[in-house]
Design a protein around this ligand. Structure first.
Ligand code: NDP
Ligand code: 8X3
Length: 259
């Protein structure tokens, strides 16, 4: 029986790269995101390239009822979820606290914190059941951030949302101990995905400037590391992993190359 990975935010960036990596390792995939057309394209490509099965579950993680309805509709033969990757998330804006857009704050908290909670609360009971029935070791991977360890100027609520992911990961690990489920918080630094374009609301030039003089992480770099965390013996769990490109020391210090 192939293992099953459930990935939120699989239409772009880390989530999409995780889909490719886990498919290349013969996992069947449950893929979530809001852009259904992209999900259809990804399903077509991965099924053809890797001969795996892909089940699409499009929903907006912010909408509590939609999340629980979608999870309830997962067919029986897809409920044996081995790995959950809580990846859907975003930053919106980079503004001083006193000037920031309050709708941006709501969206970040609703997506990065509440969305992650809803999906986890819906999916974890399936993982517990699967693990009790088969002896498999469930694994939850949360996409935190280096911004969840250290705040930076104008990072305010994005950083707070990722500090929350850190706290949620730690408490999940405690509360799920009795079920033997692993919980890993992946904390990347600057990575070249659609993240910057979303953060700067379509301003590609500003988004690109973040990576000036850097070779940032790629989505593939992060997906390969996420996959690695799932390959360890059942008694070994990577709890937290901070990953940066070599030119980044923390959220503030970079060594940028100038020509
Ligand atoms: P991308 O913008 O490339 O991808 C984000 C994904 O999240 C997309 O697939 C998007 O799909 C999905 N998403 C966003 N909002 C929702 C929603 N409400 N419901 C369902 N899906 C949603 O960014 P990254 O791949 O870089 O980001 C992935 C995660 O990694 C995020 O949690 C981010 O905070 C974190 N991160 C990113 C870093 C970076 O520098 N890139 C560094 C550290 C952490 P769709 O729009 O189709 O719904
Ligand atoms: C994304 C990394 O440093 O832009 O989580 O906040 S950073």
């Amino acid at each position: 029986m192939p293992k099953i990975v459930f990935i939120t935010g699989a239409t772009s960036g880390f989530g999409k790269a995780c889909g490719e990596k886990f498919a290349s390792e013969c996992y069947d995939l449950i893929l979530n995101g809001r852009r259904e057309e992209r999900l259809e394209e990804i399903k077509y490509k991965l099924e053809k390239q890797f001969n795996v099965a892909v089940y699409l579950l499009p929903f907006d993680v912010r909408h509590r009822e939609n999340v629980f309805d979608a999870v309830k509709k997962i067919p029986d033969d897809w409920q044996g979820i081995d790995v959950l990757i809580n990846n859907a998330g975003l930053a919106l804006g980079r503004d001083y606290f006193d000037e920031a857009n309050i709708d941006d704050w709501d969206t970040m908290i609703d997506t990065n914190v509440k969305g992650l909670l809803y999906v986890s609360r819906g999916v974890i009971p399936l993982m517990i059941k699967h693990s009790a029935a088969t002896g498999s070791v469930g694994h939850i991977i949360n996409l935190g951030s280096i911004a969840g360890n250290e705040v930076y100027e104008k990072g305010n609520v994005y950083c707070a949302s990722k500090f929350a992911v850190d706290a949620i990961s730690k408490s999940m690990r405690i509360d799920l101990l009795r079920h033997g489920i692993k919980v890993t918080n992946i904390e990347p630094g600057a990575a070249d995905t659609e993240f910057g374009i979303v953060r700067f609301k379509g301003d590609e030039a500003t988004a690109k400037k973040v990576y000036d003089g850097l070779t940032p992480l790629s989505a593939k770099d992060v997906a390969d590391i996420i996959y690695y965390t799932t390959t360890l013996p059942s008694h070994v769990c990577i709890n937290e992993l901070v990953i940066t490109c070599t030119q980044q020391a923390n959220t503030i210090y970079f060594h940028r190359k100038t020509d």
